[in-house]
Structure formats: structure tokens, C-alpha cells
Design a protein around this ligand. Structure first.
Ligand SMILES: C[S@@+](CC[C@H](N)C(=O)[O-])C[C@H]1O[C@@H](n2cnc3c(N)ncnc32)[C@H](O)[C@@H]1O
Length: 371
């Protein structure tokens, strides 16, 4: 990283909050609400970001601590970037602030943290009988986020984390991936762009398309629109379980209709965000039948979000060799579904992949391909 890079906390409206508790400090992310513990030096480094500061200045300020074995300023900035707490940009790049605003707003729109009260309203309309008093019912629906604040808070927390609300599959947002997983995609993409790692992006398992839409937005927002965004899905939901490890796990359309989104719906969702273009290519059909022959040449970012053993394995088998050195593989369901974890572990073992698996949030992991 160059000395002249400007380091700033994300979100100029509501920067991450740092609360000291004795020797440690807890940094809380403004969007995801996730907290991270920082030691004394790291907390002091974060505090010095209150004023615009370059990496060179930060390094000079904490040179003595680094000599005594504390984390270097550069390592600290890398860690904070990966966790989504800081942004790094050329001091003379005036467009970076607008890009941050666009991407932050987009993430909120995609997970539906823009109108979460509508999800509460739909939940109530489905579950609460009307009182018979039309005016009272309308007032209640209008003010519902305050009338039923605990449920509203629960919905918001689920959206931030990408969790199901009361065991209901996410229905009313364009992605079920929470903010942290979107931020991880942003970090992966910015690393790839900064390092000049060429290659397309691909998501296998798109559902309504939100994560793919975000991946395309990253290409556009970072001035890399020539890359392709491949979107692979049956566009008819998950297959019925066929492999032995998946036995008994039936998420097919007849059991989980909300995990099936049509190609028309996904295309329309891309269009809604003004991100549908020739570089967005759809691969409709079962992974086992489509991916090996798809005209994908090289991938810099492969995102797998397909729940099952067979589906995850089909994607890795067909596409892993197309991931370029330095490229990232992100697996959404690693900790959420044992069968997904098993597929990833089996594949990595069979190919002797030792690149460390890194955790994104409560479910997702990623690794960077070394060779
Ligand atoms: C959990 S959803 C994906 C969520 C999505 N990434 C998002 O941003 O909300 C899983 C998707 O994987 C697709 N899928 C799973 N297995 C598949 C297979 N073997 N072939 C094609 N599509 C598959 C399903 O159709 C479904 O749309």
C-alpha cells in the first residue's frame, strides 16, 4: 500500500463507534452492528482516523509501537479494511466518497433496510386478524414499527445479519445475504481491482439476484465494467436431493417456493438497479448440466450460494479451475449447512487446497486461490 493513501472510517454519517472497556476497546460497525475487540494500540490507531490521515502519517505516528512488536499501521489498515471499518483511497480521488455513498445505499436497498417496516406490515397482515375498526387498523398499520417495536427490531437484525426471520426464508428483499457478506464481496472486489487480477465474477445460486446485482455494481462503481458478471441458477429453485449426503434435505420449489425466482424476475431486478447490460450473462439450468460447458473463461470472483452438497460440489468441480491465481472463492452456506461444509471440505481435500478458509460472518467463508 502506498504511503500517500488516505485512510478514513467508513460511513461519514455514522462512523463506527469505539467504546473502551478497561484494556480492550470494542469497535462496532455502523451498518452490521457487529463488534470487534481492539487492543490498546489498535484502538489508538483507530482514534487517529478521526482526522484525515495518510498511511505514511499513521505509520510514522505508531512506528515506536510497531518496533516494540505491536501490529504495524499497514497490517491494522488491512485488517480494518477487510472487516469493513475503513476505506482507503487516493487522496486526490474525489469520486471515492460518492462511490461509498452509492454502494452503502445499494447494500441497504438490496437487503431491504430501506423500507423494513413493510416487511413487518406484511407479517402482521398475514398473522394478525383485523379488529373490524377500519380506521384503527389503518393507524396501527401506519405506526406499526413503533406499535410492535420488538418485532421491527428483530426484522432489522435479521436483515443486517442475513438470517431467516422466525424460520421464514427471506422473501421480500432482493437478497437474503446480509450486509456483512455484501461488504466481504466489496472487499474481495476492491482487492482484485487494486492488484489488477483480471477475470469475471460469477454467482452460482442467485435466487432473486441481489448478491449478483451487487457484484455487478462493484464492477461498474470501480470503473471495471468490461468484466462479465455471470449469474447461474436453475431459476426454478433447488433440485430435489439426489446425492447421499443431501438425503432428506428437500428445499425444492414445492417445499420452499421462495427459493425459486424466475429468470424474468432476476433480469427485471437487474434492470431496476440500472445494471442490466451485455456484460451480465445468465446461465439458466441445473449446475450439473450447464456449468462445465458454459463459455466462462477465467474467474476472479466465484460466489457459491447453493445450500446442498451436490450443488456446491457441482459448482466447484466445473468452475474451480477457471478461478485465476489471486482470485477469491466465497461460499455462503459453509457454516449454515453441514452438507455444504462437507462438499467444500471434500473438494479442498481432494485437490490438496491448503489456502486458509477465512470466516466472513456466522455462515460464509472464503479463500484466496494461490496457484
Ligand atoms: C439460497 S438461494 C441463493 C440466494 C442468493 N444468492 C441471494 O443473494 O439471496 C439458492 C439458489 O441456488 C439455486 N440452486 C441450488 N442448487 C442448484 C442447482 N443444482 N442448479 C441450479 N440452481 C441451483 C436455487 O435455484 C436458488 O435460487
Amino acid at each position: 500500500m502506498s504511503e500517500s493513501l488516505l485512510i478514513e472510517p467508513v460511513s461519514f454519517v455514522r462512523p463506527p463507534s469505539l467504546v473502551r472497556e478497561g484494556d480492550v476497546a470494542v469497535l462496532t460497525h455502523p451498518h452490521t452492528g457487529l463488534g470487534y475487540r481492539l487492543n490498546h494500540t489498535a484502538a489508538a490507531m483507530f482514534e487517529s482516523l478521526r482526522e484525515p490521515i495518510t498511511l505514511g502519517e499513521l505509520r510514522a505516528r505508531f512506528a515506536a509501537e510497531a518496533e516494540e512488536g505491536a501490529e504495524s499501521a499497514e497490517a491494522f489498515v488491512r485488517r480494518m479494511r477487510e472487516l469493513g471499518f475503513v476505506d482507503v483511497r487516493d487522496a486526490d480521488d474525489a469520486s471515492a466518497g460518492m462511490r461509498r455513498r452509492y454502494l452503502d445505499l445499494l447494500k441497504k436497498a438490496l437487503v431491504n433496510l430501506i423500507y423494513p417496516e413493510h416487511e413487518l406490515r406484511l407479517y402482521h397482515l398475514e398473522h394478525t386478524p383485523t379488529t373490524g375498526d377500519r380506521l384503527a387498523d389503518q393507524r396501527r398499520l401506519r405506526d406499526l414499527r413503533y406499535v410492535d417495536a420488538p418485532t421491527f427490531d428483530e426484522i432489522v437484525a435479521c436483515k443486517r445479519d442475513g438470517q431467516n426471520f422466525r424460520r421464514l426464508v427471506t422473501r421480500y428483499s432482493h437478497t437474503m445475504v446480509g450486509l456483512r457478506r455484501l461488504e466481504n464481496l466489496e472487499w474481495c472486489a476492491s482487492e482484485l481491482f487494486a492488484a489488477g487480477v483480471e477475470g469475471d465474477f460469477l454467482e452460482a445460486g442467485a435466487c432473486q439476484g441481489g448478491a449478483s446485482i451487487f457484484m455487478r455494481a462493484l464492477q461498474v462503481a470501480y470503473g471495471e465494467p468490461h468484466r462479465r458478471m455471470w449469474v447461474a441458477d436453475s431459476f426454478a429453485g433447488l433440485p430435489e436431493p439426489v446425492s447421499e449426503p443431501d438425503a432428506g434435505i428437500d428445499f425444492s420449489e414445492s417445499k420452499q417456493p421462495w427459493l425459486a425466482a424466475s429468470l424474468d424476475a432476476v433480469r427485471d431486478n437487474f434492470r431496476t438497479y440500472d445494471l442490466l447490460s451485455d456484460e451480465v450473462q445468465f446461465i439458466p439450468g441445473w449446475f450439473s448440466e450447464t456449468l462445465a460447458a458454459a463459455p466462462v473463461e477465467r474467474l476472479a470472483l466465484l460466489r457459491i450460494d447453493a445450500d446442498l452438497y451436490a450443488s456446491t460440489m457441482d459448482v466447484l468441480t466445473a468452475l474451480y479451475d477457471k478461478v485465476v491465481p489471486g482470485g477469491f472463492v466465497v461460499v455462503d452456506d459453509y457454516h449454515a449447512f453441514v452438507v455444504c461444509r462437507r462438499a467444500v471440505d471434500d473438494f479442498r481435500a481432494s485437490r490438496g487446497i491448503t489456502a486458509p478458509l477465512r470466516r466472513v460472518d456466522w455462515t460464509a467463508v472464503y479463500w484466496q486461490k494461490t496457484a
